[in-house]
Design a protein around this ligand. Structure first.
Ligand SMILES: Nc1ncnc2c1ncn2[C@@H]1O[C@H](COP(=O)(O)OP(=O)(O)OP(=O)(O)O)[C@@H](O)[C@H]1O
Ligand SMILES: [Mg+2]
Length: 224
């Protein structure tokens, strides 16, 4: 099966306040439909790695491929387009625009991509909300829904452009066990039913154990 995402020998240093070798020779691949978790102690480099994989950080050596296309070295504009079309993100905190309605929040990345009419985008957004069982909240202000609902809105927003891979930096880190379980099942369903690839950083061992594969990091390296 083809690789949706692949890294070859990624290395990164932070030079301030002093030279710090934060990522060391990171090489791995993720297949279509694979649900992978990244675990490791605080400070081992997980978020730094995700930032590179999401094409936001270009200060590294080595190579990053998305759908077998070399991403490393592309211009800022190309990266922005590739990112919008292929990568969905979910963070620990939802980062919804609280003054806007739920559906407006979900529509934003598609409006930015500007490949569909506002009507089509709205239709897509409703479908995503319904898939996540929050269709009834579409017109609600994003500030007036629960934490678990906000995180599902954030997932709907991450899915609006039908990405090839969904990345998350502790997406359940701020949720109680019931809502974490809910998010896990949503992710699992997306990988099994829709062939979506997922790469999720988590501190939750239960969560990690139930993914297809665990990547364990220590001091900037993959150790298993
Ligand atoms: N901009 C920066 N400049 C210098 N050092 C940094 C910078 N950002 C992060 N670091 C350091 O790099 C290391 C890795 O940070 P990173 O945020 O990737 O860790 P993490 O594995 O995500 O940790 P956590 O589980 O706490 O989120 C840490 O030691 C951190 O202090
Ligand atoms: Mg982190």
């Amino acid at each position: 099966m083809s690789l949706v995402l692949e890294t070859k020998n990624i290395d990164k240093h932070f030079y301030k306040p002093k030279d710090f070798h934060v990522l060391k020779d990171i090489s791995f691949g993720i297949k279509e439909g694979e649900f992978v978790s990244i675990v490791g102690k605080s400070g081992c480099g997980k978020s730094t790695l995700l930032y590179i994989l999401s094409t936001m950080d270009t200060e590294y050596t080595g190579e990053l491929f998305l759908k077998e296309q070399l991403i490393t070295g592309k211009s800022h504009e190309e990266l922005s387009r590739i990112r919008n079309r292929n990568i969905g993100f979910v963070f620990q905190f939802h980062y919804l625009l609280t003054e806007f309605s739920v559906i407006e929040n979900v529509m934003l990345p598609a409006k930015k991509l500007a490949e569909k009419s506002p009507k089509e985008i709205e239709q897509d957004a409703r479908e995503k909300l319904e898939m996540l069982h929050i269709g009834h909240l579409a017109e609600q202000r994003a500030s007036r829904i629960s934490g678990g609902e906000k995180q599902r809105v954030a997932i709907a927003r991450a899915l609006i452009n039908n990405p090839t891979i969904l990345m998350g930096d502790e997406p359940t880190g701020n949720l109680d066990s019931h809502n974490s379980e809910n998010v896990f099942s949503i992710f699992k369903r997306l990988s099994v039913d829709q062939g979506l690839s997922l790469l999720i950083v988590t501190h939750d061992n239960d969560f990690a154990q139930r993914t297809d594969r665990i990547i364990e990091m220590e001091d900037g390296s993959i150790i298993s």
